[in-house]
Write a protein that binds this ligand. Sequence first.
Ligand code: NAP
Length: 470
Amino acid sequence: MPIATTNPATGQVLKTYDPMSDEQVDAAIERADQAFRQLHGTTAAQRGQWLIRAADLLEAERDETARLMTTEMGKTYAAAKAEVTKCATACRFYAANAERMLADEPADAAAVKAKRAFVRYQPLGPVLAVMPWNFPLWQVMRFAAPALMAGNTGLLKHASNVPQTALYLEDLFRRAGFPEGAFTTLLVGSDAVDRILSDSRVRAATLTGSEGAGRSIAQSAGRELKKTVLELGGSDPFVVMPSADLDKAAEVATTARCQNNGQSCIAAKRFIVHTDVFDAFAEKFAARMSALRVGDPMDANTDVGPLATDRGRNEVHEQVRDAADNGATILCGGEKPAGDGWYYPPTVVTDLRPGMRMWSEEVFGPVAGLFRASSYEEAIEIANGTNFGLGSNAWTTDPAEQERFATDLDAGNVFINGMTTSYPELPFGGVKNSGYGRELSALGMREFCNTKTVWVGEGEAGPGAGAHSE
Ligand code: NAP
């Protein structure tokens, strides 16, 4: 894929970049390694000051930065502005909380025959971050803010269609005060990733992206025995039970499916509705989906902008056609519009069956699959019946049912009577083919730390002397 900004609203190529050479990449890795040593001599309070400055800059530059994202990948300007603000909030959160999250944790010294024993969290070194275009600022920030606060350095290989946002991020951290090399954007294609991971100075990697990219990076990192965190795709279930407030559920379902023009890993994608309320919900949901305004993402009245790439739009349309050609029913949408820009209408498809692509694949656009379940058990069976396990939603006012959903949904998160989202305070990640490891919260920060056990004695033989010593 060329490294270029192409406006999805017009299809026009606005800016292209030559990929960096191997020599340029090697020099950037060296700078990241040097910066890591420099950060070693800084306190969390100092790094926090830089992160707060980054938050100030983000807030001051919100509108221009949002415009850049909208131009590069098509999200609505309003959503882009909210994304910038969310990044600033995360910077402030980690600046305020990192010291507490990374504080030494005392252990029971007597139990391990020590004078003193504790766990210390220390940074690993340069971390490679391979990131997607769908939240071009937020996906990077939720790695970078905790990683930099912990004292790691970052090497960003961003998606090839958002090079300007990628360069903005490097510039942001530099202007905020982080040392040269602490955060570097590598303008390279995905074919450069394996070589970067084989460099001994690069200590770990994180990828947010598709299952295929996850497998590829996990293989390279496995060969090099390097830690990875993988945030991959999802086909989140949104279960509606008879006790739910159907109007509210239909309203949130529409946002949950069409936020970010339908291109979110944690968008609700499969709507599993109890048969007692199926028809009522389907009618309300299809009406709301049809009423969304599709158009210019810079227009404040637009709900859904274009998809980020023409290839992505074709893929979504082929998934819908595959369902329709095999007997599914399209309740609204489903037609690819003519004209400029990679627009796709909000679409609801029902009567899906196993074997259809929409039954098992992730649909990365504003297209909802609607499933009927005759019982709680069947709803859970459909909800868990994919290889993904990222987010999940359940709508019920019955407390006992809420408890059951919290336990039975096989996913990295369960949101009940609300839309799945991410917060700096809560861990974020998936199970099954949605990946492993966690981002955000203290858990996310510690993913790229050495969890070091420190045992301090009086000078006598160690705790395992004469017994099991491994
Ligand atoms: P993608 O094609 O996997 O790209 C993501 C990143 O991986 C890009 O930087 C891409 O570089 C790189 N990449 C692609 N193939 C690679 C390979 N074989 N080796 C190394 N790097 C590789 O995904 P996308 O189409 O941009 O994003 C959509 C997918 O990401 C969806 O499946 C979505 O659910 C998932 N996603 C997950 C989360 C989460 O938090 N779990 C969040 C957002 C998106 P190039 O651009 O140069 O190809």
